[in-house]
Write a protein that binds this ligand. Sequence first.
Ligand code: HEC
Length: 100
Amino acid sequence: MDISRFSRAALAGAALLVAAAPANAESGRLLASQCAQCHGTNGAGPGFEQIAGKDLFNDLIEMKYRPIEGIMDRQASGYTDEQLRLISDYLSTQPGTGDD
Ligand code: HEC
């Protein structure tokens, strides 16, 4: 493969990655909208524990695979691991109020 063809492929790949980022954020926002009824809009309360501005992925995986029969186990098991990743990536970018 000559260099210029390689560069073009690399650029195209980079462009795809850049284009994918907002799409992931949008998917995360939509998936996380379901959490709002108990944790407030974008997880920032008021409600149960504030979940904005935190990395929740490991917590959500724990809830899904080691359930203790709480509300959140049922919530977490309704999503694929990839969806939990999108949800937690999105919520981690949201400002919390610092109250909780
Ligand atoms: C029906 C209400 C309800 C919904 C909907 C809900 N949660 Fe929860 N969540 C709770 C309650 C109640 C707690 C605290 C008690 C518990 O853990 O069971 C909690 C706790 C949590 C915690 C633990 C926080 C901490 O600091 O310990 C996380 C993380 C969490 N929720 C994330 C989410 C996410 C992400 C969603 C959306 C996919 C969601 N929740 C949807 C009710 C809900």
